[in-house]
Write a protein that binds this ligand. Structure first.
Ligand code: 6R9
Length: 581
């Protein structure tokens, strides 16, 4: 019997109190994710249970128990308080997937700070934009990544503390501190912060079409939704060895790579050693992984490397597989059944939703290529593209929307109340953020297009905006274009997604050059490298097309969808009509 039991029964009688009860949480009790994921597990008699099975490059290995998690996260919490940080302060985590990242994440939450994890492959510009927006007061990083922080520190007056948690202390510069949690004393007691269910917890930056990335603010009670979906959809139980392949720089890596599983006291594995199919299979084999949560791009890479490689490993420990981040091709589901003896279960959600919204769970009939059905307690619909009314015809394409009120929902885009408001339809003018997140008569609109069939299964169609999804990572065209025009040769730029077999989309840039510059392969390489360093390898255009003029509307808005349609071989429409706003 799966954890979810009968879906129809669950759905009929569902109330979010189920999530609180499943976690054993009672009204009035302390609510702090850092505490729930460590101290609470220890208090339930599992202090010596393995919490983290870690492997890094070069065969480095570490095992940490829940008691370690408790004491080490306390040590980070204590450090931050001693450094003068207070509840509500943004503390950025900018490092690879090393054990300290996990201790520090829980430590920040324990002292009431807002954890702001950023992908360690970000270049200095990507980092700066997000630290500036968040008014980040402290950053925890490593010797490997601190150089990027040094480059921008002078532009960030709010950034008071730079703390290096791994590397050579002798290489620190003035104004930087060193803290090696494993060399430091364990901290047995820490009076964790309890700001109640609505206290801010994690701040994740996500890309939109316009403007710079937006900071989606989550709260401590998100754990209710994250833990329940971890239990019912990922099917985690106390005996599982679970591997989430996502980096905590992205929401999957925190909601399901830290919070949900540890709230349940499950053992998690982390591999911080890049991707090769053989390496991944060996990791599953060595740790006897039972439940595996990954992404379509990785699955497609595994498919490319073939079934023989699978057979060379003992993967018999696996019992449940799930996927998120981009459309999971029907072929991948079928292939997985053939080679692993079980399908990947697709799940759909977003940084903003904080937890799974539409999913395939154990025991549910899978229709390969479908994202599944709404999780119990989630009311979903497809809204008509013109009227915003829920469609009633199966198969009609529209926007995926949800009724507000689920616990893991984001509470704000940091400093952007109007953008937050624009994500909802049907709200009365001037509705407060509180009303927006609780009004059961309005819709939160995801920004994705899909259809729903007669059985209530959702089928993804595509994004409703220009955001590029490369290998499950969202990159904003505006951020890339802003960086492109900082290159000395580039006058104007447009960035769109072009089809890619492995990554679904990769970035392609169209540029016009300043007078005096001529198109060449060297220049193309130079521009690519410029973006890779400034933003990230994900944002780097894989192709640059030189052009004399970029298509625009009459009011001068860039017509990305025209360029995109050309890349995808779709009907681009008549440019003369597109020029009307
Ligand atoms: C969790 C996460 C969210 C966007 C989302 C959509 C795409 C996510 C998907 C999927 C098709 C799925 N997406 N899951 N598309 N099928 N199962 O990925 O959050 O980084 O915010 O991305 O990713 O476009 O809107 P985030």
């Amino acid at each position: 019997m799966s954890n979810i039991g009968s879906y129809l029964e669950r759905q009929a009688s569902f109330d979010w109190s189920v999530a609180r009860e499943a976690l054993g949480w009672k009204e009035g009790e302390l609510l702090n994710i850092g505490h729930i994921c460590s101290d609470r597990v220890c208090a339930s008699g599992r202090a010596d249970k393995e919490a983290l099975l870690w492997e890094g490059f070069g065969g480095k290995k570490a095992v940490h128990t829940f008691d370690d998690l408790r004491a080490r996260s306390n040590a980070f919490a204590r450090l931050l308080v001693d450094e003068g940080l207070t509840p509500g302060d943004r503390v950025c985590l900018f490092m690879d997937k090393i054990p300290s990242l996990y201790f520090a994440f829980l430590g920040i939450l324990k002292m009431g700070g807002i954890a702001q994890p950023l992908f360690s492959a970000f270049g200095d510009e990507s980092l700066k934009v997000r630290l500036e927006s968040a008014g980040t007061r402290a950053i925890l990083t490593t010797g490997k990544h601190v150089k990027k922080v040094r480059k921008i520190r002078g532009d960030l007056p709010a950034l008071e503390k730079v703390i290096v948690v791994e590397g050579d202390p002798a290489k620190l510069k003035e104004g930087e501190e060193f803290f090696d949690v494993e060399a430091a004393d364990r901290v047995e007691e820490f009076p964790y912060f309890d700001g109640g269910p609505e206290a801010p917890s994690v701040l994740h930056y996500t890309s939109g079409t316009t403007g710079q990335p937006k900071g989606a603010q989550h709260v401590h009670s998100s754990v209710w939704g994250q833990a329940l979906t971890t239990s019912w959809v990922l099917d985690l139980t106390d005996d599982d060895v679970y591997w989430c392949t996502a980096d905590p720089g992205w929401v999957t890596g925190t909601s399901y790579g830290i919070i949900g599983p540890w709230a349940l006291g499950a053992t998690q594995c982390v591999l911080d050693a890049g991707f090769t199919s053989a390496r991944w299979y060996r990791f599953i084999q060595d740790h006897r992984v039972t439940v595996w949560y990954s992404a379509p791009t990785a699955i497609r890479s595994l498919m490319r490397d073939g079934a023989d490689l699978v057979r060379k490993h003992d993967l018999s420990s696996l019992r449940h597989l799930a996927s998120v981040g981009e459309p999971l091709n029907a072929e991948a589901v079928v292939w997985s059944e053939e080679v692993f003896g079980m399908p990947f279960h697709d799940t759909f959600w977003q940084t903003e939703t904080g937890a799974m919204m539409i999913a395939n769970w154990p025991g549910m009939k899978i229709k390969p290529g479908s994202m599944g059905r709404p999780f119990p307690g989630i009311t979903a619909a497809i809204l008509d593209l013109k009227t915003n009314d829920p469609v009633t015809t199966p198969g009609q394409v529209g926007l995926i929307a949800f009724r507000p009120g689920w616990p893991s929902m984001f509470r704000a885009y940091r400093n952007q109340p109007d953008v937050y408001r624009s994500k909802f339809v049907g709200a009365p003018d001037g509705a407060s953020p509180e009303e927006l997140r609780t009004n059961p008569d309005i819709w939160y609109v995801s920004g994705d297009r899909a259809s729903v069939d007669a059985d209530g299964y959702y089928w993804f169609v595509g994004r409703d905006d220009d955001v590029i999804n490369t290998g499950g990572h969202l990159v904003g065209p505006f951020e890339i274009e802003s960086a492109l025009i900082e290159h000395e040769a580039v006058a104007e730029a447009a960035a769109v997604g072009k089809p890619d077999q492995m990554n679904m989309e990769v970035v392609k840039a169209f540029v016009t050059l300043h007078a005096g510059y001529t198109p060449s392969d060297e220049l193309e390489l130079d521009i690519m490298n410029f973006i890779r360093k400034k933003l990230s390898p994900l944002a780097m255009p894989q192709e640059i097309e030189y052009s004399d003029k970029l298509p625009k509307t009459r009011s001068g808005k860039l017509l990305r969808r025209y360029l995109r349609a050309l890349e995808w071989g779709e009907e681009a429409g008549d440019l003369s009509t597109l020029e009307d706003d």
